[in-house]
Design a protein around this ligand. Structure first.
Ligand code: TXA
Ligand code: MG
Length: 362
């Protein structure tokens, strides 16, 4: 299949481009579109043949359910049975936006979409291009992130082309996405409601409206339907082996400097993924080693601007991976507010390789 890429203005998307994409979706084709979080790989959610193409294009296991995108809250009842008061509160506050709400599904939603679960995940994206597309298509759109399975989610059309060229019909390219991490998922089919995935809407924001919400802790088995994302190992994994360092910034930097010395002495090519302040602080240590061509560094935002860290995270992981390093040492930025989502994605990429570094004893 030849993939067509159309550039669209993110503020004022061209009506002809949106109409072409909407028609393609209605006909059962695959259309990649930007959302405020990451690019989505869309298909007509009520057409099982179209939905199957998503799993084929991504090489995604059938036990990983999809998020259904709708144009506005009025479309919820096309897919779900009822909406608990807490879910309605969240929808009224955070839709359109980076929030996904899990509700009891209607029989009209194919089992393929929900991996056989009795629930369906719904989201109203705020990106102008996505909204125009949802409205024009007039049907719910099932869309996972538009990456090949086990690759980081795409935040630019170039990432999508790297993973899916020749596997999708159309890509709407509206430039880099704003938030950079996937939506927050809250499951209202559980009592109390469960935060299944942290994202751009923080746990603290959800909690202020739904005080009973709890954070999901347990991990499911790889063969069960995936009620939460990334539970299969290597879900967000880069090709390189990533280790996440957590702890006071200064102590983490000392530890990484020591580990870089050991790794390069053993002949390993390593990369460092860190906020820009940390890379600056490490620069003197790395200067000697970088000249040997063995240490690659890529920043992801700044400790003073975690929104930028979130926005840049996946692109930075891809960039570091593209250098061909065998190992990545990643510096974490805590786990509250937006950092919770960053921590979640980095710890999944680390697949258990997390080093908690203690600070200096007083
Ligand atoms: O920001 C986003 O959410 C992006 C954009 C494209 O909207 N989409 C996205 O989709 O991240 P994806 O497929 O990468 O993540 C969907 C996750 C699944 O891994 C799944 O675990 C969870 O949403 N999910 C879907 N349906 C569910 C359900 N019925 N119950 C619980 N979790 C569900
Ligand atoms: Mg995904």
């Amino acid at each position: 299949m030849k993939t067509r890429v159309i550039q669209v203005d993110r503020e004022k998307p061209d009506a002809a481009a949106i109409e072409e994409a909407a028609a393609a979706l209605r006909e059962g084709k695959l259309v990649v579109f930007p959302t405020e979080t990451v690019y989505g790989l869309g298909a007509h959610a009520l057409d099982p043949i179209a939905v199957q193409k998503i799993f084929d294009a991504k090489e995604r296991p059938a036990n990983d359910p999809l998020i259904v995108h709708i144009a506005h809250i009025g479309q919820v009842n096309q897919c779900a049975v009822g909406m608990p008061a807490g879910a309605r509160k969240l929808a009224l506050s955070f839709w359109a936006g980076p929030l996904t709400i899990v509700l009891q599904k209607k029989p009209e939603v194919p089992d393929l979409v929900t991996a056989g679960l009795p629930s369906v995940a719904l989201r109203v994206p705020s990106h102008r291009v996505a909204r125009a597309l949802m409205e024009m298509a007039g049907v719910p759109i099932a869309a996972p992130s538009a990456n090949r399975f086990s690759r980081p989610s795409p935040t630019t059309a170039a990432h999508v082309i790297d993973d899916l060229d020749g596997r999708v019909d159309l890509i709407l390219d509206a430039g880099p996405t704003d938030i950079g991490l996937e939506s927050t998922i809250v499951d209202f089919t559980q009592d109390p409601p469960l935060l299944r995935r942290p994202g751009g809407i923080t746990f603290e924001q959800v909690h202020s409206l739904v005080p009973e919400v709890v954070v999901q802790m347990e991990k499911g088995g790889a063969d069960e339907p995936q009620a939460a994302p990334g539970q299969m190992s290597r879900h967000y994994a880069p090709k390189a082996e990533l280790t996440l360092y957590e702890g006071p910034a200064e102590a983490v930097r000392r530890r990484i400097a020591a580990d870089v010395r050991t790794a390069t002495a053993a002949g390993d090519r390593v990369g460092i993924l860190a906020p820009e302040e940390d890379l600056s602080a490490l620069a003197p240590e790395l200067a000697a080693r970088a000249s040997s061509g063995r240490v690659e560094t890529v920043p992801y935002g700044s400790r003073s601007d975690l929104e930028r860290s979130a926005r840049e995270l996946y692109a930075s992981i891809r960039a570091l991976d593209a250098t061909g390093v065998a190992r990545i040492f990643a510096v974490g930025v805590g786990a509250e507010g937006l950092a919770r989502a960053i921590h979640d994605r980095l710890s999944r990429a680390a697949d258990g390789r997390i080093k908690a570094v203690a600070g200096e004893k007083p």
